[in-house]
Design a protein around this ligand. Sequence first.
Ligand SMILES: [Mn+2]
Length: 317
Amino acid sequence: MKELYREIYKKIKEFDKIVIARHIGADPDALGSTLGLKEIILNTFPNKKVSCIGVYSSVFKYMGKMDKLNEDEIKDSLLIVCDTPNVIRIDGIDDPRKFKYVIKIDHHPEVDHFEDLKWVDVKSSSVCQMLIELTNETRLKMSKIAAEKLYMGLVSDTNRFLYEYTTPKTFELVAGLVRENKLDIVSLYNNLYQRPLIDIRFQGYVAQNLKVSESGFAYIFIDDKTIEKFGGDTGLSGNVIGSFNNINEILVWVIFTEDKKQGLIKVNARSRGPVINTILENYGGGGHAMASGARLTKKEDVDKLIEDFDKLCKEYK
Ligand SMILES: [Mn+2]
């Protein structure tokens, strides 16, 4: 392990130009890890050029701004991809192999091998946790701004330390981070958990209309018109999916969201038992064992998925 930290540090030290990327549909772990890593690298090596790329997220605007990718610099740059197991989900880069050297830092089950050097730890709560560890174990220097981003990403990916892989190590790393950087966690929670009333109204709509089968499979199909009624943002489903955990009657729950503009149906799926990512992989999606998603292009796949999940829950029971 120590050797791997050193390898990563050596590569960061070696390159003057570094590009950091993460997955599409950025969440706080993706944003916190990449923007936090940028801060850490610049805090350690102020003369390097570090860019964080991907679509700017207005929902998580407190995480920070994104940089533009300079196409001319690609061939001389180190690329670090965080929180992303497959090429198709990297935001802003079609072909990572165009970069001189590629490091992958991730906690998802492995999908593609696009890297020269990888650190994949599926037992880590978040990539933010991995970066706290990396910084502790090398000469990289944490800054308060970086620590805040990493803290928010970790807290978000564990849903406030609720999920699996919240381990003693998670608490040890977080305790050190909070203590050494004097983090004001209440103000960070205001960033993370302040939300518009429309989110709650939408959550209420989902709760009222969720279909629940005998097997413990719950789902809802949100069509285009419903999304319009709640303000037109298809990201709403992702904001509320986490709110249906620990409900007696529900084992696996899925929100299908129609996105007419993109010609897709987005699938947000969660589980508190059965492994669901392997099923979604059959539909071009994937993710974590208990939290995954997909983007369907065929409407008939919705019915197929409903059947698959229902069967999965029956077998699990
Ligand atoms: Mn993550």
